[in-house]
Design a protein around this ligand. Structure first.
Ligand code: NAD
Ligand code: DAU
Length: 351
């Protein structure tokens, strides 16, 4: 089986690529990524020479490129993660999100349909990776997002992801394309770009800079270890029902301020600082526009129907994450200085 994984140089994509390349040596994995600021091939150094792995640099919003790639490579499956993924950036540049998340997804859907339809769709899969943010914002309390929760996106990012989900389902109903979808909560773990809350806070604490908390820090997110998201994607890809959607989460809700307090305490302990040192860096800043109050996801469908469950507790996952950042300060320095963007040139330009 030949699988195109889009966005494989990003945070979650790199963990999915590594899992598939190492667990399924009989599959050919083609990592398609535009290497935007969020794409970092250094994430995949350890597997880049595996015989069943290849990288292709390209933009999913470039229709002729996508069509030519599908015609040339004839993939059997697509696992689509490429996206503009940061909510704050979507507030300042919404069109970039429409371009990649909506238009790019439609180009991939069309290319897959055009390649597969004549021989029939048997054995083919178009798997779209999405987010819990499409369901909107919850009040504090016990209600959770299920697969039947109506869509109510409220940021340009979540609106673009909701739109892409609708297009994926439209290609299933209209053209019979064999699609699968999953909507996941906030991921954390190694290789997370330090514009997102957890890696940003780790980087800021490590370098004794202010840690910005939006508003009063009362917003709630559900956190899942990225390697557990990768195993969930593996599960849905192989066992999920065509046409179905699976919610994925950690059953692990945290108020932002409580989470930052925990992170400060873990870092104090691991760097032998007196408890309370890092908490002094917390700085309350202007809230995010349209800031969704709470996300909480009910993962019982994937757990009960497909037998997936997270492998680590939050305490274990967070400890592994902090250890990874403390041991990979060079990765963090190259990402924050921009030096990681030279890696493609050094590694691939001559090939
Ligand atoms: P990321 O920003 O770390 O990575 C995105 C990758 O997509 C990068 O490698 C980037 O270079 C690539 N990309 C961007 N535009 C492209 C284009 N036009 N053509 C080709 N490649 C392009 O994102 P992430 O956090 O790893 O998220 C991956 C996917 O999972 C996204 O679809 C996101 O919506 C979804 N998701 C993320 C989370 C999370 O907590 N991070 C949670 C649920 C769902
Ligand atoms: O829920 C899944 C989503 O989680 C994914 O679809 C997105 O791609 C991913 O970026 C993430 O979105 P969030 O907006 O929840 O993540 P972020 O890390 O940007 O913010 C987490 C919370 O922390 C949110 O309530 C905003 C707050 N925050 C964020 C930053 C960057 C701060 O208080 N300070 C900050 O500096």
């Amino acid at each position: 089986m030949k699988i195109i994984i889009t966005g494989g140089a990003g945070f979650i994509g790199s963990h999915v690529v590594r899992l598939f390349v190492t667990k399924y040596p009989e599959y050919q994995i083609l990592n398609l990524d535009a290497l935007t600021y969020a794409g970092n091939l250094e994430n995949l150094r350890d597997i880049e020479n595996q015989p069943n792995y290849r990288f292709v640099k390209g933009d999913i919003a470039d229709q002729p490129f996508v069509d030519e790639l599908f015609a040339r490579e004839e993939p059997d499956a697509v696992i689509h993660l490429a996206a503009e993924s940061h909510v704050d950036r979507s507030i300042t540049d919404p069109l970039a999100f429409v371009r990649t998340n909506v238009l790019g997804t439609v180009h991939l859907l069309n290319a897959a349909k055009n390649l597969w339809k004549s021989a029939g769709y048997e054995g083919k899969t178009f798997y779209h990776v999405s987010t819990d943010e499409v369901y909107g914002s919850l009040e504090m309390g016990t209600e959770m997002f299920t697969e039947d929760t109506p869509y109510d996106p409220r940021s340009p990012y979540s609106a673009s992801k909701a739109s892409s989900d609708h297009f994926v389902r439209a290609w299933y109903h209209t053209y019979g394309l064999p699609v699968k979808l999953s909507n996941c909560s906030n991921n954390y773990g190694p290789n997370h770009f330090p514009e997102k809350l957890i890696p940003l806070a780790i980087h800021r604490i490590r370098t004794s800079q202010p840690v910005p908390v939006y508003g009063k820090g009362e917003n709630v997110r559900d956190w899942l270890f990225v390697k557990d998201h990768a195993t969930a994607i593996d599960t849905v890809f192989h066992k999920g029902k065509v046409g179905d959607t699976y919610n994925i989460g950690g059953v692990n809700e945290w108020k932002n301020l409580d989470l930052i307090h925990l992170l400060c305490d873990v870092l104090d302990e691991k760097t032998n600082q007196p408890q309370g040192t890092s908490r002094k860096l917390i700085t309350f800043v202007t809230d995010r526009a349209g800031h969704d109050l709470r996300y909480a996801i009910d993962s019982s469908k994937i757990m009960n129907e497909l037998g997936w469950k997270p492998s680590v507790t939050f305490e274990q996952g967070l400890a592994q994450t902090v250890d990874w950042y403390l041991q990979n300060t060079e990765w963090l320095e190259r990402v924050t200085s921009g030096a990681y963007q030279d890696y493609y040139q050094q590694q691939y330009a001559a090939r």
